[in-house]
Design a protein around this ligand. Structure first.
Ligand SMILES: Nc1nc2c(ncn2[C@@H]2O[C@H](COP(=O)(O)OP(=O)(O)O)[C@@H](O)[C@H]2O)c(=O)[nH]1
Ligand SMILES: [Mg+2]
Length: 401
């Protein structure tokens, strides 16, 4: 699973990535600073099952801090997209291509309205960030339209003369965008297009691409820079947009808190609504005042800096993944090395025990016998659909190590 971070230049994409992943992507106040896409690993925050089971865990693929698990999620920050990116403006096509593999997008917008369409400074508050949302929707839809149009005459004729399914022809065409045929079929149905593809107009294709975009590349909006005074009025306007989760966010605040947390100056877990100063002497008076303001104006006002909420929302509410804990011993809840609750997998809702086995190792899938539930000790068949926080053992003929 890969989450793409998108938005116009200077909206705060790199700051968001740096805060969410604590990487060192370049941050700059001018367009096109990000040239190469920056990959990073963010973490979703969940309550670990270790508390319920009353065990001390030794995580392998994730981190557990006092019963709170942080599970890795791959992210990609690409350069700022400017209007008409799909025609190649600002190296737009290259940037869009880098997003092909993404399963979902985090759209970072400047909720303080201080940047124009191209990411240039304007009078704070004067730009309506709803325009950024419209623009990005359009760019992504046009990008999809262009890919379809490259070959459209031939595809649409073939569908009719050879009586082929238009969804399978489109799936082939769009396979590079990581879009499945069933998603295309659903979007076609919803778009209510005429039966003959050769009769579809450009605007029919565009409407279809808009619907497909919503299904294939779902998006959460990080309404960033809420620490700036102009943001609250814009936030209300953004919240009127239908079809999106709009999350108030201050990537810069999250970055500051995580940095101080890692240095041990404060106690702070990503996503918390407060922090505790541990080393008062390490902070100047100004820094203390800034932290006090951050507590009042961001954490108290919005419940958190929003960065963790954005990551959790995209993984759980938008992509509908659930956490499951495979173990090799359902008594000790450990793997063959004795690590307790070593791994958490994030899998789509509806994933079966056998599909999980394949995900862990092909051999485990191929020689799958059954699974065992650590809570009930009962057998689970290969068609059992995993539930959030299931702890299970896969029983298979093949050794996995
Ligand atoms: N006030 C404020 N400034 C921010 C925030 N996030 C980013 N910035 C600033 O916005 C500018 C552009 O940030 P950057 O992350 O490079 O934007 P990108 O071009 O979208 O990657 C920098 O000066 C950042 O310090 C935030 O949450 N609050
Ligand atoms: Mg950047």
């Amino acid at each position: 699973m890969l989450v793409g971070i998108v938005g116009k230049p200077s909206s705060g994409k790199s700051t968001f990535l740096n805060a969410a992943c604590r990487t060192a992507a370049k941050i700059g106040a001018y367009p096109f600073t990000t040239i190469e896409p920056n990959p990073g690993t963010a973490f979703v925050r969940i309550d670990c099952v270790c508390k319920e089971f009353g065990v001390q865990d030794n995580p392998n693929n994730s981190v557990c801090r006092e019963g709170t698990r942080f599970v890795p999620v791959d992210m990609l920050d690409v350069a700022g997209l400017v209007p008409d990116a799909h025609t190649g403006r600002g190296r737009g096509n290259q940037f869009l291509d880098e997003l092909r593999r993404a399963d979902a997008f985090i759209h970072v917008v400047d909720a303080s309205g201080s940047l124009d369409a191209e990411g240039r400074d304007v009078e704070p508050g004067s730009w309506d960030p709803r325009k950024d949302v419209e623009f990005l929707e359009r760019e992504i839809a046009m990008w999809i339209v262009q890919i379809i149009q490259r070959d459209w005459r031939r595809i649409s004729r073939r569908a009719e003369t050879e009586r082929l399914n238009i969804s399978s022809l489109l799936a082939e065409k769009l396979s590079g965008l990581n879009i499945e045929e069933k998603t295309i079929r659903a979007a076609l149905q919803e778009s209510k297009l005429k039966t003959k593809p050769t009769s579809w107009s450009d605007s029919d294709l565009y409407s279809f691409a808009q619907v497909l975009r919503g299904h294939a590349k779902p998006m959460v909006i990080a309404a960033n820079k809420v620490d700036r005074p102009q943001a609250s009025a814009h936030l209300e306007k953004l919240q009127q947009l239908s079809g999106y989760q709009i999350i108030p966010c201050s990537a810069a605040s999250e970055f500051a808190l995580r940095t101080l947390g890692e240095k041990g100056v404060i106690e702070y877990q990503p996503g918390d609504s407060c922090f505790k100063i541990l080393q008062s002497e390490a902070l100047s008076e100004t820094e203390k005042q800034q932290l006090e303001r951050l507590q009042q104006e961001i954490l108290n006002q919005y419940g958190s800096t929003g960065v963790q909420r954005v990551v959790n929302t995209i993984v759980f509410d938008v992509l509908h993944l659930i956490p499951v804990y495979p173990v090799e011993d359902i008594g000790k809840l450990c793997d063959h090395d004795g690590n307790v609750l070593p791994d958490v997998y994030l899998v789509p809702q509806g994933t079966t025990t056998k599909q999980l086995a394949y995900k862990i190792h092909t051999d485990l899938g191929e020689t799958f016998i059954h699974a065992l539930d650590a809570r009930t000790k009962k057998r689970l068949s290969e068609s059992y659909e995993l539930q959030a926080n299931d702890v299970i053992r896969i029983v298979a003929a093949a050794a996995t190590h």
